[in-house]
Design a protein around this ligand. Structure first.
Ligand SMILES: Cc1cc2nc3c(=O)[nH]c(=O)nc-3n(C[C@H](O)[C@H](O)[C@H](O)COP(=O)(O)O)c2cc1C
Length: 269
């Protein structure tokens, strides 16, 4: 069934969009890193918009009803500036609103202890679901912001100086930043960024390994995402810089492991 009938309660409530409207909305997604400012200062989201995006964040589905995440809203310009520095993402200081989405098992442990129950030993499970909860809340927030006409940017750059960020935000044990997230009015002309072919990403019943020709075709399709200053893009080169031996992700590994250990979120094996 592709469309709900007009008598369906969901359609009647005004929630239903056509397939075309849904495609059009998501085609409009852009990660944006330059935000409109006024006299060099961020233009804050009006209170009703801020309320709406935070409401959306909290309406995200959540594992085991637990809400294993926290959102740290960054309001103090000094904290914003320091976060911009630590993450290497200057737009944290200039965005209309900025947040840090954290996996959080601290609050759940506190609730258990209210009745004298000690939390079990489940750091791997906690990591798995708490990161998932943080992602879902954050992506709901971003989608709601886009519905209101803003654009945003996830900032995994929190892993660049994770220990300092945990200290700056005074995160207790059991709380681990997943990513920062900025939202604001776009001040840039952002290109539509491609994605892999659907057949390469979406498998039917069983995982299908792509052959070399398919991978090369996909790399070609993705190349524009890596284009800079009129120069043609080389997406595979970008992936090598991120994920290759000695690349950016390998450099983040030790810092993340150390902070997970300190925050009590390091797995047992
Ligand atoms: C978890 C996550 C972390 C990201 N971290 C950064 C970041 O630190 N800095 C940045 O400028 N963009 C960051 N991005 C944005 C991606 O680069 C962007 O989503 C990607 O290039 C695709 O572009 P699009 O969202 O405009 O389609 C991040 C995105 C995600 C989902």
């Amino acid at each position: 069934m592709s469309e709900l009938s007009a008598s369906d309660p969901q359609a009647a409530s005004g929630r239903q969009q056509t397939a075309e409207q849904v495609r059009e909305f998501f085609a409009g997604h852009r990660t944006v890193r330059q935000y409109r400012t006024e006299g060099g200062q961020p233009i804050p989201l009006p209170q009703d918009h801020l309320d709406a995006v935070l409401y959306a964040a909290q309406r995200a589905p959540t594992h085991s009803t637990s809400q294993l995440y926290s959102v740290v809203q960054l309001s103090d310009p000094a904290v914003r500036a320091r976060m911009a520095e630590l993450t290497g993402n200057a737009h944290i200081a200039a965005a209309g609103a900025a947040f840090v989405l954290c996996a959080d098992i601290h609050r759940t442990a506190q609730i258990l202890r209210l009745d004298g129950v000690e939390p079990g030993a489940w750091p791997d499970v906690a990591n798995h679901f708490a990161v998932g909860d943080a992602v879902m809340a954050g992506q709901n927030l971003l989608t709601a912001a886009e519905m209101l006409g803003y654009q945003g940017c996830w900032i995994g750059g929190v892993l660049n100086h994770l220990a300092e960020i945990v200290e700056l935000l005074e995160l207790p044990a059991g709380v681990l930043p997943f990513s920062a997230l900025t939202v604001g009015l776009s001040d840039e002309d952002t290109p539509y960024r491609p994605r892999l072919e659907r057949e390469t990403v979406v498998h039917q019943d069983r995982y299908r390994l792509p052959d070399e020709a398919e991978l090369r075709r996909n790399i070609e399709q993705m190349n524009p995402i890596a284009a800079r200053g009129g120069q043609p893009g080389d997406w595979a080169r970008l992936l090598k810089m991120y994920w290759g031996a000695g690349g950016a992700m390998e450099q983040r590994e030790a810092g993340l492991s150390a902070v997970k250990e300190r925050q009590g979120l390091q797995g047992s094996r």
